[in-house]
Design a protein around this ligand. Structure first.
Ligand code: FAD
Length: 258
């Protein structure tokens, strides 16, 4: 299996740095091919801007979507963007590894998503009609591939429990799982989350590696999160609301799970 690990931590000697090294070794030992996008080490440019689309006329108005579309279609994307898209197409499985910063991914990783997910590549794909609303949410360029988050958080597991002050971790990660990964087609595996990172000694680190290793060994067998596909009948098109007889007693994020 080909695995792409996109990793966002500025310090190689951090917990995340150690777990990145562990992950690469474990996957390679199991015979998988691994590519790593170490965003800080690559000095990845986070902001999406006019420099991402080559060959633009001077002084023309920059349109983040339409310039992305044109650059993608005409082979005029910035080289760093095209390289990451090639890695995504190569990969059978994508791992995104990051510390939870302000309840989400670090800005450098968000910038990777914004720039690499070009119009025509990750969105704006497929027919839009009264029967289908594009190839997305279960369909799309990255369909057939798997993805999993590896996330560390300073807060305790209880802080992220069903009644915890921070809100449930599944809810916080929903925009990444559903919006960033399921949208362009990935099957999304349950995340590997490390809580309470301020309390890690050698013994706990060993346990974390043991648990992470098991998850990595099971990447191809683990059942994905059961999100509802957009074009398979559960949603009215083009309103894109759930049919009244689907998940009748549910609303919000949970309603989009089968
Ligand atoms: P490190 O700080 O590098 O390490 C954590 C612990 O692991 C240390 O005790 C270290 O000694 C130990 N360790 C590291 N490597 C090893 C090893 N090889 N063997 C044994 N022990 C080791 N947390 C939240 O819960 N929610 C938030 O919204 C949030 N927002 C944040 C925003 C910012 C800007 C920042 C800086 C932090 C935030 N945090 C938040 C906390 C953050 O999630 C944690 O600091 C982060 O997940 C810890 O990961 P790290 O790789 O930086 O760990």
């Amino acid at each position: 299996m080909n695995v792409l690990l996109v990793y966002a931590h500025p310090e190689p000697r951090s917990l995340n740095g150690s777990l990145k090294d562990f992950t690469i070794k474990r996957l390679q030992a199991a015979g998988h091919a691994v590519q790593v996008s170490d965003l800080y080490a690559m000095n990845w440019k986070a902001p999406l801007d006019a420099d991402d689309s080559l060959g633009r006329a001077d002084n023309s108005r920059f349109d983040p979507s339409l310039d992305s579309k044109r650059a993608f279609e005409e082979g005029l994307q910035s080289a760093d963007i095209a390289r990451e898209q090639e890695k995504l197409l190569w990969a059978d499985t994508l791992l995104l590894q990051f510390p939870l910063w302000w309840f989400s991914m670090p800005a450098i990783l968000k910038g990777w998503v914004e720039r690499v997910y070009a119009y025509g590549f990750a969105y704006g794909v497929g027919e839009h009609s009264d029967a289908r609303w594009g190839d997305r949410y279960g369909e799309g360029t990255l369909a057939g591939k798997r993805a999993m988050l590896i996330v560390s958080a300073g807060g305790w597991e209880s802080h992220y429990g069903p009644r915890g002050i921070n809100g449930p971790m599944d809810d916080l990660l929903f925009p990444i799982h559903h919006g960033i990964l399921y949208y362009p087609g990935f099957d999304v595996l349950p995340p590997f989350v490390i809580y309470r990172t301020g309390r890690i000694d050698e013994a706990r680190f060993a346990r974390i590696c043991e648990e992470l290793g098991q998850r990595l060994d099971q990447l191809q067998q683990t059942a994905p999160i059961a999100f509802r596909p957009q074009n398979a009948g559960a949603y009215r098109i083009p309103e894109l609301t759930l049919h009244p007889d689907v998940a009748t007693d549910q609303q919000g994020f949970a309603a989009h799970l089968m």
